[in-house]
Design a protein around this ligand. Structure first.
Ligand SMILES: Nc1ccccc1-c1cnco1
Length: 241
């Protein structure tokens, strides 16, 4: 998979040289390229933004500069990802969909955003354009959101992680529930012991305990996920004793 990131702060993406994504690049599993949007400007000041039509505070990123950059970087069949607070909220489902693309181009907007005609232009040209938010909070730009999405997508690329079983995300995937609490040695710490059932060696009871804790935690923290559970799946969480 090829991933391109276009930003006015390309150094922000240098963290991608580390860890999982860095290893994937070295192993040729991921072709990651970072570009400075200003390389597609023609003026002395390398201008990428201007005042908004209709007035208002802040600046808007120019469509002509973005168009030159995306025209050069986007391959046929590649998808355009525009991190934006006004986008669909990014979920594991989006990560799975994006992981099957041949190329992803992340357009990192700053200021008040990118001129709306950019997304409109590429959609009209038949390009899949995904305007995605990573959550309801304000960031200064799309770089951090791109890092989040690139990590979520890259780890799904075949060969990226050693044990494919670990890809079935406990918190957002296998059972549609949040992860149950986990414990490791020492068995007693700060006057706190681990639940006895986890020492029982009774696997069915352990599985039941874990399912119950996951259901409790999900009901308390993410009632929306409980509401989204397919009743037919509910028996998936049931464990015969
Ligand atoms: N706040 C932002 C500003 C610029 C580009 C993306 C975002 C964003 C993405 N997900 C949440 O916020």
């Amino acid at each position: 998979m090829r991933v391109d990131v276009v930003s006015i702060f390309p150094d922000y993406l240098s963290v991608l040289d580390l860890s999982l994504v860095g290893k994937a690049r070295q192993r040729g599993l991921l072709d990651l390229r970072v570009h400075d949007l200003r390389d597609w400007t023609a003026d002395r000041h390398r201008t990428v933004d201007d005042t908004p039509f209709g007035g208002g505070a802040g600046m808007v990123m120019r469509p002509d500069v973005w168009g030159l950059a995306i025209d050069e970087v986007l391959e046929p069949g590649g998808q355009l990802v525009v991190p934006t607070p006004s986008g669909e909220v990014f979920t594991q489902r989006h990560a799975e969909e994006l992981a099957s693309a041949g190329q992803l181009v992340f357009a990192c907007g700053r200021y008040e955003g990118i001129d709306a005609r950019v997304a409109e232009h590429y959609r009209a040209a038949g390009v899949t354009v995904r305007e995605l938010s990573i959550g309801d909070y304000v960031l200064n730009g799309g770089e951090v959101a791109s890092l989040v999405m690139i990590e979520a997508v890259a780890r799904l690329v075949p060969g990226m992680v050693g044990n494919p079983e670990s890809l079935v995300e406990e918190s957002h995937g296998a059972a549609g529930l949040l992860e149950y609490p986990v414990y490791t040695k020492p068995p007693s710490w700060a006057g706190l012991d681990i639940p006895d059932v986890l020492l029982s060696g009774h696997h069915a009871r352990i599985a039941r305990w874990r399912r119950d804790r996951a259901l409790e935690r999900t009901a308390r923290r993410r009632p929306d996920m409980i509401a989204a559970l397919d009743p037919a799946d509910l028996d998936k969480h049931d464990v015969a004793l």
